[in-house]
Design a binder for this molecule. Structure first.
Ligand SMILES: NC(=O)c1ccc[n+]([C@@H]2O[C@H](COP(=O)([O-])OP(=O)(O)OC[C@H]3O[C@@H](n4cnc5c(N)ncnc54)[C@H](OP(=O)(O)O)[C@@H]3O)[C@@H](O)[C@H]2O)c1
Length: 258
């Protein structure tokens, strides 16, 4: 998160993580400020939003990047399937709680969410977002959470039209990280083989940087980028504005915003 109102004109980076050690180390390395939240607990997200609102008079960029894959079905403290909560519901709640502060950025604010091209094979069931009626498969829950991220981005753009916010989502590439630590197959992403074949985390961050700095951001409001290129969503559900509206409404109920 970037707060451009910091002293001496330099933006402040608010580094959010759940591990005190890792978050403090990153904040120290880049001269940012550490904030803690476990997205598996919506109370943590509410507290995080309150901390951020107290600490920053304005927010220029909100990067919704935290994400995870869960091989086994896990339920959050709030009773939601964990992939849905960490990848989608928690950033949905955080963005909503920060929305008014995002609108005060004089040059407009950006909400940049990390999606994934796996949305292409996802299917969302609004009546069963938590997937309680199907057997848990990471190959279904993770893509569905990323399809939800794309629909959230489109609907956020629609709802905030004229309020100076640009919403955009992107695929970072296939990157050698610890994202798949929970899965015997996806764990290979960060093996020596994965690191030799896949993009580096630095390359994976390029689209975020590009979207954070692109001139005239309103022209890309609501878009999805496959790395640095805009992509028309290749999934019928990802092109359904009615579904995007319904998902937003259902999500406000699930996170207790309604
Ligand atoms: N790697 C890829 O190929 C790829 C492809 C497409 C999209 N993505 C997306 O890129 C984003 C970043 O993932 P990555 O690949 O960089 O994996 P990563 O290295 O595992 O980063 C994921 C981040 O999310 C944080 N996180 C996980 N669970 C959390 C929770 N309950 N509360 C708060 N933070 C939590 C992790 O914190 P900890 O370090 O404490 O676990 C970590 O900082 C994710 O949204 C992912 O879905 C990745």
């Amino acid at each position: 998160m970037l707060d451009g109102a910091a002293i001496s004109g330099h933006p402040t980076v608010a580094v959010v993580g759940r591990s005190p050690e890792k978050t403090a180390a990153v904040a120290q390395r880049i001269g940012g400020r550490a904030h803690l939240a476990d997205y598996g607990r919506l109370d943590d997200v509410r507290r995080l939003a309150a901390d951020l609102l107290a600490a920053y008079g304005r927010i220029d960029i909100l990067a919704n990047n935290a994400g995870a894959i869960f091989t086994r079905r896990t339920t959050s403290a709030d009773g939601h399937e964990m992939t849905l909560q960490v990848n989608y519901l928690a950033p949905f709640l955080l963005t909503n709680l920060l929305l008014d502060r995002l609108t005060v950025a004089p040059d407009g604010a950006r909400v940049i969410s990390t999606g994934s091209n796996v949305y292409r094979r996802a299917r969302l069931n609004l009546d069963d977002l938590d997937g309680t009626r199907r057997q848990h498969r990471d190959q279904q829950a993770y893509p569905a959470s990323k399809l939800a991220t794309i629909l959230f981005t489109q609907e956020l753009a629609r709802r905030t039209q004229g309020r100076g916010i640009t919403a955009v989502a992107f695929h970072p590439g296939v990157v050698a990280t610890d994202l798949g630590r929970d899965s015997p197959v996806f764990r290979l992403m960060n093996s020596w083989l994965g690191r030799a074949a896949l993009s580096t985390p630095r390359q994976g961050a390029e689209p975020l940087l590009y979207l954070a700095t692109i001139a005239d951001p309103q022209t890309i409001n609501g878009s999805y980028f496959n790395r640095l290129k805009p992509e028309d969503p290749a999934n019928e559900q990802a092109r359904d504005p009615h579904l995007a509206r319904q998902l937003w409404e259902r999500s406000t109920e699930l996170v207790g915003l309604a």
